[in-house]
Design a protein around this ligand. Structure first.
Ligand code: BGC
Length: 753
């Protein structure tokens, strides 16, 4: 396994010192006495951000400006003889000094995909709340859950001393074996963009900046520092980039993090097409671009392409935006006007998101127990809402609390629940419940949060005899399971940053499940995985629950679903393939050039185009109740379409329905696309009128040469269903031929909620 960052560099101590203006040292060169507040008109919160930037920027010296564009790793890193700046929040991802003379606060950056993360190399870890993985949150199809989770992350981060959060992963699950799929929002641009956008909005509600990442087409981890994603630009605009576009419109993140990989040749962090053209010219986004940690490769070319901030030095080969930039400014290869533009964008985001007006005042290592207890409730509810009931033969679930004999097998379910590895890893209160599993260092440790499903099951079935067997010996597990009222097998597949994974469950777990199921027909599998896995035994088991990486209260949430305290309402945000041969690229992820010839036909779109039948389709998810969706009708809404329908709970318990509206047209990458969705909670018998607005871009194809969305016009099918393979009512709309600009966006009130 690779070290924290795979680009092996030899950085001399001299270079490091030269590139490192600690604590605003450069600012201090010119520092005069701290000015009185009245002399800082840019501190007037009533002024628009643009105006505040215009007032502040001319006051800054070149050296002060330069301070703002070079970030440092915030954790000591002995392999590169690097000591984190004293003012950094040690153990976190990054630090950009402020300029005390002018009241510009430092930027304290923390990884924040599922909570406030700590770097593996940190001697002391911040013990924080972990939400279920981002993919799990996408599986809720419920923006309120995502926004609440983001707000929780932002609150913990702020209370921990951070004002820039490296959150908002939205790369499409184009390669189901991507080790980081758990950090992202799934395979569909509308679902991913909407859900991740909601999370970012929640994060930023705390007066902090959130990133959106990793921009762009960083869809596998194999060879991620050098690999070249080759994709037709128009197809990219209709898939991966559209997910970013939707999320950016929904939440206006202060920063975009450009990714490690190359895209159609240049590195993403020096791609004029991605940065200056798509992001800025076409989408009119006004924030700043920061590089991923080790993803800056030059000074003048990167700046010319639109990169504003080098992150996490010393992970790049050179201090490109440090000493190298000083030299470039001195010799004129980078102009002061360019530096002004970079700094102006950073300051704009800092003003707009509240970093000046709501300064960070403390950075405690420990948070109050009351906060963590409160947040345990948030993560437990989110996890329970994210679980997808994939199979429930003869209503084996929910289990009765009066069940007598329960045998639990495998997955360390006696101890805890699995988390994903890499920079997003949140360290929990308490210890890793299963320490010592390799890799114990980057991208490990393999972490099990101390939230034991077995203990939670015992609490929900107090009269039951609950036996745990570790599953190492399938025959012994089968013997234990024989005759039990229910056998619950916990299957796990770890995944993480910097590596891709196989779709098969590791460690012969398929054989374990098959042998337990053969011994006891009342077998339920609970799957803890980052994303899709193969399920060759699925027709042999009675129940199957996808629990993802469920976060620090995951054990309790799993028991909530198994015993029906929570009626499952999750739906798959990714296709579960039947076989590797069905994938667009069945061979293992390649190094070097990776040609995404499937273009925008990602996930279910690919499967439907090819007529492949998956194990479980995109959007699939069962409930303990049943829903009927009816009375579908459509009207034109602006340039898009509004679909109105009713949803009725036809069963006996309350539940949350997820109506999905798909659209079909001619000449698209796939037979149909997700056009809208909603999450509707209903009491038994309750019926609700619901509507979703379908964005006109989802009826269009993109014309890269003319930079326009083109709707061919004619008739389009609108389909209402429970899943991509479970369509009920269908109707037709006729649309005129239309074109929309590349940066077209809906008026906020017309967005489907
Ligand atoms: C990851 C980013 C992360 C950064 C800082 C990189 O390895 O790709 O997602 O934000 O490290 O820890």
């Amino acid at each position: 396994m690779l070290a924290r960052f795979s680009a092996a560099l030899s950085v001399s101590a001299a270079v490091l010192t030269a590139g490192m203006p600690l604590g605003g040292a450069a600012a201090q060169e010119t520092a005069t006495a701290r000015q009185p507040a009245g002399a800082r008109p840019w501190m007037n919160a009533a002024l628009p951000a643009e105006r505040r930037v215009a007032l502040l920027l001319p006051q800054m010296t070149r050296a002060e400006k330069r301070v703002l564009v070079q970030g440092f790793f915030a954790t000591d890193f002995p392999p590169k003889r690097f000591t984190a700046p004293a003012e950094a929040r040690n153990g976190s991802a990054g630090y950009v000094p402020g300029v005390p003379r002018l009241g510009i606060p430092p930027q304290w950056q923390a990884d924040a995909g599922i909570g406030v993360a700590s770097q593996g190399g940190a001697p002391r870890k911040r013990e924080r709340t972990a939400l279920p993985s981002n993919l799990a949150i996408a599986a809720t199809w419920d923006q309120a859950v995502a926004e609440r989770g983001g707000a929780m992350i932002g609150a913990e981060a702020r209370a921990s001393g951070f004002n820039v959060l490296l959150a908002g992963g939205v790369n499409l699950a184009r390669e189901p074996r991507n080790g980081r799929n758990f950090e992202y929002g799934g395979e569909d641009p509308l679902l991913a963009g909407t859900m991740v956008g909601a999370q970012i909005a929640g994060v930023q509600s705390n007066h902090v900046i959130s990133t959106i990442k990793h921009y762009a087409i960083n869809d596998q981890e194999t060879d991620r520092n050098a690999g070249n994603s080759i994709i037709d630009p128009a197809q990219a605009r209709m898939s991966d980039l559209l997910a970013f576009q939707f999320a950016i419109e929904r939440s206006d993140p202060g920063s975009v993090m450009c990714s490690y990989n190359r895209v159609n040749g240049p590195f993403a962090c020096e791609s004029p097409w991605l940065l200056n053209e798509v992001l800025r010219r076409d989408w009119k986004w006004a924030g700043y671009v920061m590089s991923d940690w080790g993803a800056t490769h030059s000074t003048a070319p990167a700046i010319a392409a639109g990169l504003d901030q080098q992150s996490g030095y010393p992970f790049d080969k050179e201090p490109y935006f440090g000493a190298n930039l000083d030299a470039a400014l001195a010799n004129g290869t980078v102009k002061d006007a360019q530096l002004d533009q970079m700094v102006g964008r950073i300051l704009h985001a800092m003003f707009a998101k509240g970093l000046f007006d709501h300064p960070i005042t403390a950075a405690p290592m420990a948070l109050p127990d009351a906060t963590l207890a409160d947040h345990a409730g948030v993560t437990q509810a989110a996890a329970a809402a994210s679980m997808v009931l994939l199979r429930n033969q003869d209503a084996i679930l929910p289990l009765s609390p009066a069940t007598k004999r329960i045998v639990v097998v495998g997955g360390h379910a006696d101890k805890g629940v699995l988390a994903g590895g890499g920079s997003s890893l949140v360290y929990p209160k308490g210890r890793n419940a299963v320490p010592g599993i390799k890799p114990t260092f980057w991208p490990g440790p393999v972490m099990y949060y101390p939230s034991s499903p077995v203990e939670a099951i015992k609490r929900q079935a107090p009269a039951a005899q609950v036996t745990f067997v570790d599953g190492a010996d399938p025959a012994a597990a089968a013997a234990a399971a024989r005759g039990a009222d229910v056998a619950i097998v916990f299957a796990t597949r770890w995944a993480g940053e910097a590596f891709d994974v196989a779709l098969e469950l590791p460690d012969k777990q398929d054989a374990l499940i098959a042998s337990v199921a053969a011994a006891n027909p009342r077998t339920v599998v609970v799957l803890e995985s980052g994303a899709a896995v193969l399920t060759p035994w699925r027709n042999q088991v009675a129940g199957l629950v996808a629990a993802w990486f469920p976060g620090t209260a995951g054990g309790e949430a799993i028991a909530d679903v198994l015993f029906g305290r929570t009626n499952p309402s999750g739906h798959l945000p990714v296709t579960f393939p039947d076989a590797v041969a069905q994938l667009p690229h069945p061979g293992e992820p390649l190094k070097g050039d990776v040609t995404y010839s499937e273009g925008a036909a990602v996930g279910y779109k690919w499967f439907e185009q090819k007529g492949h039948k998956p194990a479980f389709a995109f959007g699939h998810g069962l409930s303990y109740t049943s829903f009927a969706m009816n009375a579908l009708r459509t009207t034109r809404a602006g340039q898009g379409v509004r679909a109105d329908f009713t949803v009725r709970n036809t069963g006996k318990v309350a539940g949350k329905a997820v109506p999905q509206v798909y659209v079909a047209g001619q000449g698209w990458e796939a037979p149909k696309r997700l056009g809208g969705f909603a999450a509707v909670t209903l009491a038994p018998g309750e019926v609700r009128s619901t509507s979703v607005t379908i964005d006109p871009r989802l009826f269009a194809t993109f014309d890269e040469a003319r930079r326009r969305w083109t709707i061919a016009g004619g008739s389009y099918q609108i389909m209402l269903g429970h899943a991509s393979d479970q369509i009920g009512q269908t109707t037709t709309v006729t649309l005129p031929k239309q074109e929309l600009s590349a940066g077209w966006r809906p008026v906020p009130s017309t967005r489907s909620r």
